[in-house]
Design a protein around this ligand. Structure first.
Ligand SMILES: *[C@@H]1O[C@H](CO)[C@@H](O)[C@H](O)[C@H]1NC(C)=O
Ligand SMILES: *[C@@H]1O[C@H](CO)[C@@H](O)[C@H](O)[C@H]1NC(C)=O
Ligand SMILES: *[C@@H]1O[C@H](CO)[C@@H](O)[C@H](O)[C@H]1NC(C)=O
Ligand SMILES: *[C@@H]1O[C@H](CO)[C@@H](O)[C@H](O)[C@H]1NC(C)=O
Ligand SMILES: *[C@@H]1O[C@H](CO)[C@@H](O)[C@H](O)[C@H]1NC(C)=O
Ligand SMILES: *[C@@H]1O[C@H](CO)[C@@H](O)[C@H](O)[C@H]1NC(C)=O
Length: 518
């Protein structure tokens, strides 16, 4: 399924439905491949190197085919998912046969395809490099890296007791096969086989067709390091191999991918794994103006999916706006429209004084994604509502479209606090959700479908400038918010109308990075 969503804040209409579509200004063709990986039946049992290689070659065969397809469609850069070669659930020792020692491209100019003898035990690097070279495209893949370390190491980077680091690693190859970037994932998600690198790595590489790209992996997208650091250094194009387990109503793959692209005003190239059992699907090529994405649905065959789209170059230096590029960086660093943000406002001053009628009447607490949201029901066909969690308040104006007798319950929820289940991150969230049933207690549960169309304006006053907006419609279809606005006081407003499908979730997802460690 290719879908394109339209205009954002007055940019020219850009369809991203196919690589042939023209885009105003410099552009390039990007591709991502959602991979149905051949998994090891017993990942906890160590394999010999030849057996591990045989396993990975099966996945590399698919990468090779897809790279050729992408190249035929004009792709200049192609991204494969996290863990796509080896799979999941390894222990520190059972992954041994899969590891290669990846030389640091900042120290060593190496083309594994043309100089295979230079480093032993690098069959995967060699094959990926040759795939890039043969198809004349930049290629990003994820693999497992082993870096020996001295046991008497400094306290700031303590070497693990077995004398080696094992990293979940993205590698990027130039179109001639040269290894140009190596990024070690910082925010691990239940990955016993891997270590967190001693320092967060801020890794970018240059391309001749679109300038700079930054590298992140999966869970990294929720955190300040390295993701926001990249954006604040002016990197406007991010590459994200992922193995994302979907979680509605707020963190489905495509929803969080779109939200990040819009909130950070960047292009995001995300390739996910396709597996029903692991609840993984949802990949895309997102720009602030368009989204080309795929999300498998229940009953769809478990198979890979190649997405290709022509997208505008966002790197300010590459576009050649050198005079305004400094400004562009500042704007990119702030989210949404205004860059006059002077930091975080105090909680007290975040109280929404323009809606003093705010009352706690009719509110209730229900858990959404393990967090206690304060909700209020939408009990009319149109109206205004406020709901607060402490001093953090969300405001909604809504107009439901006339409807046949489908009865669906909606609620407006607010949450300000630290999420602590399967990861720790501080949030301020305003969310309009369809409740799973007709009981208030079902609000916050997973729903995929809805029939109710609604025009709305959702607003919150946030104690952070990092707010990620999204609109998810029935059957996992993304809608492009019609209008987004941010004031210097942290008020973010999202307006939307004329939905093409029923509303599942409209969300302003605020990340309070500065409170993550408190
Ligand atoms: C990994 O482990 C989890 C939990 O034990 C299990 O549900 C899942 O099926 C395993 N995945 C693979 C690919 O083996
Ligand atoms: C590769 O391994 C062989 C055999 O163990 C060894 O002789 C050679 O020095 C190694 N080459 C490199 C570059 O490490
Ligand atoms: C997003 O970036 C573009 C340049 O690519 C800039 O013109 C625009 O003002 C930015 N938008 C926001 C909301 O910062
Ligand atoms: C709607 O909810 C409010 C409280 O939130 C309540 O005062 C009002 O009576 C309700 N209206 C209807 C029609 O149920
Ligand atoms: C409402 O019902 C009419 C007549 O049964 C039908 O034609 C129409 O498609 C329905 N509309 C929606 C939104 O379901
Ligand atoms: C929504 O649709 C109505 C009726 O088709 C149209 O008049 C209006 O301009 C549309 N609004 C937007 C913002 O596209």
């Amino acid at each position: 399924m290719f879908l394109s969503v339209a205009v954002f804040l007055g940019f020219s209409l850009t369809s991203a439905a196919g690589p042939a579509e023209p885009v105003a200004g410099p552009s390039y063709v990007a591709a991502v491949y959602e991979h149905h990986s051949t998994l090891s039946p017993q990942p906890r049992v160590p394999l010999s190197r030849p057996a591990a290689l045989r396993h990975m070659q099966a996945n590399l065969d698919v990468y090779e085919e897809q790279a050729a397809r992408a190249a035929r469609q004009g792709a200049q850069i192609l991204v494969f998912p996290e863990d796509g070669l080896q799979g999941f659930n390894f222990s520190r020792t059972s992954i041994s046969g899969y590891l290669e020692t990846i030389p640091d491209p900042q120290q060593d100019n190496w083309n594994p395809c043309t100089e295979p003898g230079r480093h032993n035990n690098t069959e995967v690097l060699q094959r990926l490099s040759c795939v890039a070279r043969r198809n004349n495209l930049y290629l990003v893949a994820n693999m497992a890296d082993l870096q020996p370390c001295p046991l008497q190491s400094s306290p700031s980077s303590p070497c693990p007791p077995d004398g080696r680091w094992q990293f979940n690693t993205n590698v990027a190859f130039r179109s001639d096969g040269q290894l140009v970037a190596r990024y070690h994932k910082h925010n691990l998600y239940f990955e016993k086989a891997f270590d967190t690198p001693p320092q967060p790595e801020i890794i970018t590489f240059e391309t001749p067709f679109a300038g700079k790209f930054g590298l992140i992996t999966c869970f990294d997208i929720l955190f300040h390091e390295p993701t926001v650091v990249l954006v604040e250094r002016g990197v406007r194009q991010l590459i994200n191999p992922t193995a994302w387990m979907n979680q509605l109503p707020l963190l489905d793959s495509i929803q969080s991918q779109q939200a990040f692209s819009l909130g950070a005003n960047v292009t995001l190239l995300t390739a996910n794994i396709r597996s029903d059992h692991l609840i993984m699907t949802g990949s895309g090529i997102y720009t602030p103006f368009s989204a080309t994405y795929h999300h498998a649905r229940k009953g769809d065959p478990e198979e890979g999916r190649l997405l290709v789209a022509r997208v505008p170059v966002l790197d300010p230096l590459h576009v050649g706006h050198s005079v305004t590029s400094g400004e562009g960086v500042v704007r990119a660093a702030s989210t949404l429209s205004s860059a006059t943000d002077s930091g975080y406002c105090h909680q007290e001053s975040c109280v929404d004084s323009s809606h003093p009628e705010t009352t706690s009447a009719g509110t209730f607490i229900s858990s959404m994604m393990y967090d206690p949201f304060t909700f209020i029901l939408l009990n009319k066909t149109e109206g205004r509502l406020d709901v607060c969690d402490g001093t953090f308040c969300c405001h909604l104006q809504y107009w439901q479209l006339p409807q046949n007798d489908s009865k669906e319950l909606y609620a407006l929820g607010a949450f300000a606090g630290t999420h602590t289940v399967n990861g720790r991150y501080a949030l301020q969230v305003c969310a309009l959700v369809r409740c799973e049933g007709l009981e208030a207690s079902s609000c916050g549960q997973e729903v995929e479908e809805a029939e109710t169309k609604m025009d709305f304006q959702l607003e919150g006053k946030f104690g952070t400038r990092y707010v990620y907006p999204s609109v998810l419609a029935s059957h996992l279809v993304l809608e492009h918010p019609e209008h987004l606005e941010k004031t210097s006081e942290g008020r973010v407003t999202m307006k939307h109308s004329n939905m093409t499908g029923g509303l599942v979730t409209a969300c302003l997802y605020g990340r309070m990075y500065h409170l993550d460690n408190e």
